[in-house]
Design a protein around this ligand. Structure first.
Ligand SMILES: NC(=O)C1=CN([C@@H]2O[C@H](COP(=O)(O)OP(=O)(O)OC[C@H]3O[C@@H](n4cnc5c(N)ncnc54)[C@H](O)[C@@H]3O)[C@@H](O)[C@H]2O)C=CC1
Ligand SMILES: O=C(CO)COP(=O)(O)O
Length: 345
């Protein structure tokens, strides 16, 4: 039995702890709130986040040193906004080299750093090769009930990705590997923006045609930005790309979709975030993507429209009109062209 620590006791940290416990690992679930640790240990529930029972071999603690003592792997699953703070705390108590896997989905505004980059910047003795990302279409609510789920793990060091694959894989939770950490992290982060858009569209009362358009054209702009940064275009056709786009744009479990839905119904952003009570990563990531698009000179009309709704108080209906009345163009100048350029020789 391997001892592992999961840092972050929200929906996803709790669901991943259940997978790890099912795999026979001794799991320490760290939360920064001692009362939450006490409740989880006493009731074997984490009701604010999930309705599932928490197996007894998961021990919650608010003592970070206790959580990581003797572990072979640490899974970081806090909102992107808290990554640097948690890693700074971790860096102070960690004494040996272990596998670090993160499962957070976002990009930091201003620095435009991905999560693996933030972790390696904050942790002494850890370079980017030491970090693994786990991403894919995986709502915590379903994973916690052992519903079939597939994800991808990726690292600059393939051996580390394989270690993560072995730690997590089981008959309900299938784990693939990929060498393209850039594409995997970008896909997971950027799909949240499009999920906000899908929620807005549904909130406005638009139908499945509009949603299919958002998913498809959203994928095109994600791939456009991702490949301009050096990601493999094929990654966006995989689980952490189109797979995660489908699941977040079409599921009521998605907090990004739900937040978008409320925005589409006319609620203001502050009120929406208050009502959610859980992280809505797309709100922060849209700032980063908007900035990225300007810097890379990449066209991202959906991202731009959602940015205008969130931060410039633009009416969602006007944004739809703006998107529908853009200059005429050929469809297949994006992902298909990129793939063609890359693989036609
Ligand atoms: N919920 C899901 O189904 C999935 C979530 N993710 C990603 O996982 C990450 C975490 O999401 P969730 O667990 O769903 O969020 P959540 O909102 O359910 O929980 C976040 C947890 O992080 C804790 N936290 C916040 N700030 C902290 C800090 N400074 N130090 C320590 N703990 C802190 C909160 O107390 C809370 O327990 C996000 O990046 C999300 O995009 C990825 C895949 C699936
Ligand atoms: O990333 C997710 C599922 O793969 C969860 O999405 P939300 O954060 O929108 O709930």
């Amino acid at each position: 039995m391997t001892k592992v620590a999961v840092l972050g006791a929200g929906s996803w940290g709790t669901a991943l702890s259940i997978v790890l416990a099912d795999n026979g690992h001794d799991v320490r679930l760290w939360t920064h709130r001692s009362e939450q640790a006490e409740t989880i240990n006493r009731t074997h529930k984490n009701e604010k986040y999930l309705d599932a029972n928490i197996p007894e071999q998961i021990n919650a603690t608010s003592d970070l040193n206790e959580a990581i003592t003797g572990v072979t792997a640490i899974i970081i699953v806090v909102p992107t906004k808290a990554i640097r703070e948690v890693c700074r705390q971790l860096s102070e108590v960690i004494t040996k080299q272990v596998t670090i896997i993160h499962a957070s989905k976002g990009i930091e505004p201003v620095t435009l750093k991905r999560v693996s980059q933030m972790i390696s910047e904050e942790m002494n003795n850890y370079s980017q090769e030491d970090i693994v990302v786990l991403s894919g279409p995986s709502h915590a609510e379903e994973v916690a009930h052992r519903q079939p789920t597939t994800v991808t793990v990726s690292s600059l060091n393939e051996d580390n990705a394989k270690i993560a694959q072995d730690i997590f894989i089981n008959e309900d939770f299938r784990v693939y590997t990929s060498p393209d950490i850039l594409g995997i992290e970008l896909g997971g982060a950027l799909k949240n923006i499009i999920a906000l858009g899908a929620g807005i569209s549904d909130g406005l009362g638009y139908g499945d045609n509009a949603k299919a358009a958002l998913i498809t054209r959203g994928l095109a702009e994600i791939a456009r930005l991702g490949t301009s940064l050096g990601a493999n275009p094929l990654s966006f056709l995989g689980l952490p790309g189109v797979g995660d786009l489908i699941v977040t744009c079409t599921s009521v479990h998605s907090r990004n979709w739900r937040a978008g839905n409320l925005l589409g119904k006319g609620h203001k952003l502050d009120e929406v975030l208050d009502r959610m009570g859980m992280v809505v990563e797309g709100v922060r990531t849209v700032k980063a993507a908007y900035q990225f698009a300007e810097e890379q000179q990449v066209e991202m009309p959906i991202t731009t429209g959602i940015y205008q709704i969130l931060f410039n108080d633009k009416d969602p209906k006007d944004v739809v009109e703006q998107l529908m009345n853009r200059a005429k163009r050929e469809e297949m100048d994006d992902l298909a062209k990129l793939l063609n350029e890359r693989y036609s020789k």
